[in-house]
Design a protein around this ligand. Sequence first.
Ligand code: GLC
Length: 733
Amino acid sequence: MLNYHHSSRCYAALLCAILAVACSRPSSIEDKVESYLSQMTLEEKIGIIHAQSKFSSAGVPRLGIPELWTDDGPHGVRPETLWDAWASAKWTNDSATAYPSLTCLAASWDRELAALYGRSVGEEARYRGKDVLLGPGVNIARTPLCGRNFEYMGEDPYLAGELCVPYIKGVQSNGVAACIKHYCVNNHEVNRHTVNVNVSDRALHEIYLPAFRKAVLEGGVWSMMGAYNLYKGEHMCHNDVTVNKILKGDWGFDGALISDWGGTHDTDEAVRNGLDLEFGTRTNGIDLNVSNAYDNYYLAEAYYQGIKSGKYSEDELDDKCRRVLRLMLRTSMNPDGGLGSLNSPEHWADARKIGSEGIVLLKNEGAVLPLKEAPRKVLVLGENAIKPMAVGGSSSSLKAQHETSILDGLKAALPSTEIVYERAYQGDPVIKGYNYSFYDITDPRSDEQLLEDALAAASDADYVIFVGGLNKAKFQDCEGQDRLEYHLPYNQDAIIGAIAAVRPDLIYVNVSGSPVAMPFADEVSAIVQAWYLGSETGNALADVLTGKVNPSGKLPFSFPREYADCPIRTEAQYPGIKGEDGISQCDYSEGIYVGYRWYESQNIKPLFAFGYGLSYTSFSYGEARASSSKMGRSLTVSVPVTNTGDRAGAEVVQLYVSALNSSVDRPVKELKGFEKVWLEPGQTKTVKFALDEESVSYYDEGLGRWVAEKGEYEALVASSSDDVRAKVRFTKN
Ligand code: GLC
């Protein structure tokens, strides 16, 4: 037994030694932040809060702090541009895996898949030396015409929030920061730099903020991108209400707010309203032939002089630098992020899995799908069966290391089948994305000839598959412009109708990232929503069409029959009315009634509902039970679900909550839970949903907070927003 005094002296000495080491060498990220900050000069501090090139910002060479590299985008790592310009750097080693668009991930309703997606795309970013991956995008699909719906995660804030969190964690597990965007109320592209959005506090908090809030509070996102538009007259990249009060105040965001490229417009606002890292401001070292145009950034020379003159203290600057240093220590200076990997068979398998799990089977009359084993002859029609789609769409455009077309995917899946291809229509024959990849699929035939040849070929095929939809050319699913019409382009409605007239068993595959009109829906036998699926497009779709994969996707947004059914009915609502000052005032006067919330409030039946999707098997639901008839702070709803078909499959069981006697106007129901359950034939599993006060709350504008009102509620267990299978009432006391 040690002499007590002797042993205590030993412990004291040991403790001092440990403290001495800890004090001398900063251990935690926060210690390192403070240590670096205390060593940095004013010039060095200014240097790290704005860009030094198109996609990078400076480090501190003197202290060994590396540059910070960002890159697009949500579904894959963008190839290199020139130092100062958008143009391609024409490298030959920067192709990557093109993953499915985020609407496809949203359509999977699978949290684990979202985590896989984030890990996988994060590995590619890590390997390519990118510290910040500029995604995911979670702006709510308020109008079907928005050019960037394909980059986002649908019309419901709960779905977008639940799926962006695992994606973010997956990306960040590689020591790469996700950068959730575009914060916020950036829901269309027309006049995106000059539109001021007028939206109620309730709609802001119930519809447009939740996904961003979850990304911060549950996803721990390390960076966020301010949007281009204005709100309450201030640009979102430096907005007092949304940045100082909500993001950094209420939510306690400790990451860096990064401007969208060219989204910064004022030094004073940028200093005071929380912009931490300025990119893409409209200066370009080459065009302005100044020594360094980046000194002209709002957070550069102007800010530096403002501090020197005493206009600004260094307090805001130190906060910005802390956030940027923290971002660097989590990424470029993070030794635990692993090495990453690029263009690996594992990543291709990930892309294929995400694609096949996100594909939505919308119609399957007479069980025309899956295709029977080894059919004799299959006719594939439509430009989108051969059109490369990884390029296009603007900033999320990719140089895919490979991209299997739908035609090639079917050929690979049906080796003994004669597969005939006819174009049927010509839409956008030359595809280019940032000048680094041109595909010329021009066809010399006239429209009439194209259709005639398609009809002629349709006569003796076992199956006819028409692959149409949108593409990522301008004025379709493409950043910077919205669609000009809700119907399909290139006269596809008529062409599909003509082919269905001779082949009513036609299988229509819709490639799009937005809802589209389908006036032919009753004339075809099958409809498959195929999204933009990236490198493994053809293989993922063939997996579903051949039945190798049983489709389990559900729509992340509604397909209204006609645009007139949408909540957007006036120019003031979209795209807004331009004033003398050049600012467009856009009124979100539909409030919280977006997507299914709108259609159900108006008893409008969409062509396909939010949450809808078929399977090659079928599911039955038992009785829903609540753990109690009264909700104090929480309640569990459980329901048995059975696979009543003859093949394994997955069902996305959705839980909606209805307030039956609320004191305020509320949607018929709101999504507050979902679970994807995989079932063998005949298997039953009990699915459980944990509800809490957040599940029943609405945002009270008068009180400026969420309220979980006492009253009667109903939990609706559903296979789709328009297909409720079980209900159970409870009281909130
Ligand atoms: C673009 C987009 C943004 C992208 C950025 C960099 O304009 O709005 O999503 O990440 O600029 O390309």
